[in-house]
Design a protein around this ligand. Structure first.
Ligand code: SF4
Length: 590
């Protein structure tokens, strides 16, 4: 503040992440955006939240003139601190040296409570993924309970959900002018009187109803999902005892020019020098030479919250903006000629799913892809192919990789295979990671993924194109164990398919019931919200371990679990097939 000659700042931005001045980090992106609008922003990164040091940290910038902005960071703090099986993590790539322990559990609540202690009466605006996905009552895996809206528990004045640029500018301007904060797209607020609720708002089942009823929880989730679109969605309200949480309509997507501007603010693209001694911030290495090309995803997989956070409408940066960014990166002394990624939630979604989506938003009552792709879907990779060719041609660039996930089912729906050819020829190096996720078509349908036959068709096509190019490149498929609806029989089905194809995945992810996903709704309720039918859910650590072991049956440490799973299923006859002949079997650890 001294260096800038500020006697006070307009906002203090409290973040659970270390400070890195790069557009992949929200404190930098929103801080630079506010700065470009003339506001003075101080970033309080990873403050101490307990003990004597906490007061010193939360008062080091004095009282902000307009308010406090609070985010847990790029990840939900509980996901950042605990694994899918609820074990503490030892690393945190958003902290100095990658060490864990610099952010609290439930960071939004810890930070807002400390702010209330040191700053009476200043507005508190919460945002980021933790606040966004907990904006209404939600299932909380770590306490195994349904919790109220984080807006009520934190007593914040406003919650900004989704991607916050437009909302942030409007919030700042209203605070500066002393205006009311209600009615801003992309925000939620609370009130104590029914008479204050906006006209025409749709009422969700109340917190008390969804706490006690599985059916009400499903209806609550479905209504939120149907109203997540900024064009077709409505305002939603939820009652909790005698209070109300109001969600305004989602924010409209940034226009290409606006998106370009936000991504091209004058970021230094380095971590704060205070972290040098600890070895810096590992998360920067992932993104330093990567490009954010898009936002939004119309894939809407059940286990992913992106569609709920960024929406199903695609926002894409212009070619010119991305070429400018690569040209600037190529001048950096540490640039070795490699762009590590050109992506977004799904790399090969650079255009709206269909013509209709442009003007009317995403359909509330059907999915664009999933196991039955919409007939209106218009798969088209021409723009991405053209963009990649321009990036390859930037002087100083040796190779441009695409490392963000691609939807191979979308690719297979496009009769023009130029993208696949270019991808194999120029944009991967030896292997392509893809996510078939499972082999059971019933489970894939619950995941909103394409059937397994589509994956095999893609694998064949990929092999054919690489053979034509004279390249030896592999596919690395990823799978999820214990997704709601997946039984031990389904895991065995996957094991046998993998065995048949001579491939056992190194990477298997245990399903993680994080807030805001359809799959988490299934996990908690044991119901498929689309049909109301009962689903099997692997909840205990032991069944989850059995499913995972079947998917990685060749690992020596899994042998006894594989044997147990086969005995449970009455399929001991498959022991030789999965574990090999007795003389070749690995010794189990138990
Ligand atoms: S018409 Fe089909 S492709 Fe277009 S938004 Fe609706 S579901 Fe998606």
């Amino acid at each position: 503040m001294e260096a800038r000659g500020w006697a006070e700042c307009d906002f203090v931005f409290v973040s659970g992440d270390a400070y890195v001045d790069h557009p992949s980090f929200a404190a930098a992106l929103l801080g630079r955006l506010l700065e470009s609008e003339g506001y003075r922003v101080c970033v309080l990164a990873q403050p101490r939240w307990q003990g004597d040091g906490a007061i010193a940290d939360f008062t080091r910038f004095g009282q902000p003139r307009l308010g406090w902005l609070v985010s847990a960071g790029a990840m939900d703090s509980m996901v950042s601190r605990y694994t899918a099986n609820n074990k503490p993590r030892s690393e945190d790539s958003y902290s100095p040296g990658g060490a864990s322990g610099a952010r609290p559990d439930r960071a939004i609540l810890a930070y807002t409570s400390k702010i209330r202690e040191v700053s009476k009466g200043k507005p508190i605006i919460i945002g980021g993924i933790e606040a966004s996905l907990r904006r209404f009552a939600h299932y909380d895996y770590w306490s195994n309970t349904v919790k109220r809206s984080i807006l009520l528990d934190s007593k914040a004045d406003l919650l900004a959900y989704g991607m916050g640029e437009r909302a942030m500018i409007e919030i700042a301007s209203r605070l500066a002018e002393g205006k009311d904060l209600r009615g801003i797209r992309g925000t939620s607020w609370r009130c104590g009187r029914e008479s204050e609720l906006p006209e025409g708002a749709i009422a969700l089942p109340s917190f008390e109803e969804i706490k006690d009823s599985r059916e009400a929880y499903c209806a609550h989730f479905t209504l939120q999902e149907r109203n997540a679109d900024p064009i077709s969605g409505s305002i939603l309200v939820e009652r909790t005892e005698n209070r109300w949480t109001v969600q305004e309509r989602a924010t409209l997507p940034l226009e290409p020019g606006e998106f370009d501007r936000v991504m091209e603010l004058p970021y230094v693209r380095e971590w704060h020098p205070d972290y040098d001694a600890a070895g810096g911030i590992p998360a920067l290495a992932e993104v330093r030479f990567s490009l954010t090309s898009t936002r939004g995803c119309f894939g809407a997989c059940s286990f992913c919250a992106i569609a709920f956070h960024q929406g199903r409408l695609i926002q894409a940066r212009s070619h010119e903006s991305l070429v400018r960014e690569v040209t600037a990166l190529a001048k950096s002394p540490s640039f070795k000629g490699y762009i590590h990624d050109v992506g977004g939630p799904t790399a090969n979604f650079r255009a709206p799913a269909c013509e209709r989506q442009k003007g009317h938003g995403a359909c509330p009552d059907r999915q664009c892809l999933g196991d039955k792709p919409c007939p209106a879907l218009k798969p088209d990779h021409r723009d991405f192919v053209s963009l990649l060719s321009k990036l390859r041609a930037v002087p100083g660039v040796k190779k441009v990789f695409v490392r963000s996930g691609i939807r191979f089912d979308y690719l297979m729906l496009d009769p023009d295979r130029s993208f696949l050819r270019d991808l194999c020829e120029h944009h991967i190096s030896g292997q392509l990671k893809v996510a078939p996720e499972h082999t059971s078509d019933r489970v894939l349908s619950l995941m909103r993924k394409s059937d397994h036959a589509t994956y095999f068709r893609f694998a064949e096509e990929y092999a054919r194109v690489n053979a034509e190019l004279g390249l030896k490149q592999y596919l690395v498929p990823y799978y999820i164990a214990s997704h709601p609806g997946a039984t031990l029989e389904d895991a065995l089905h996957t094991a046998l398919e993998l065995k048949k194809n001579g491939f056992v995945p190194d990477q298997v992810q245990d399903f993680y019931p994080t807030p805001g996903t359809l799959a988490t709704c299934m996990y908690w309720t044991g119901l498929d919200p689309a049909t109301g039918k009962e689903l099997h859910v692997a909840r205990g650590a032991h069944e989850r371990a059995l499913q995972r072991a079947l998917l990685q049956f060749n690992k020596p440490e899994n042998a006894s679990l594989v044997r147990e799973a086969l005995a449970t299923l009455g399929r001991e006859d498959l022991v030789p097939a999965l574990l090999g002949k007795k003389k070749d079997r690995p010794k189990s650890r138990s």
